[in-house]
Write a protein of this length. Sequence first.
Length: 146
Amino acid sequence: MKNLTTLAFALVIMTIATMSSSAQATVEVKKEKFMLLFRGGDTHLQNAEDSKEAKEYIQSWITWMQGLAQKGILIGGDNLYRTGKQIKGKNKVVTDGPFMIGKEMVNGHLFILAKDINEAVEIGKECPIFKENGKVEVRQVLKSEN
């Protein structure tokens, strides 16, 4: 199941990356870039079981992301491993981490286009993570002034 799910997410992201220029042209110029951070949820690509429920849940993510891509508002994103390292303080002490409660750990993210934060929130409300009582944090990406 893990390999199949990872492949499915990779295919969605590849589809986004190879969107035709005509699909990209439908995106309004005035849209801003937002990041959706996903926290919590019990089913993760690293621990997804081969159950019918897990497969349906993962499929709901794939379907949701494909819908965003078809609308021309999905820029990209990634799923994250549940393990990592944390570097902390002036002495740059490295520890195993992250040390957050599972429901607060960032499990992945997407970049989307929306006209404002309210529209980005409405897009985030459709996320499948709420089926597992997860959270979506919506943050606008700061434009660099070059």
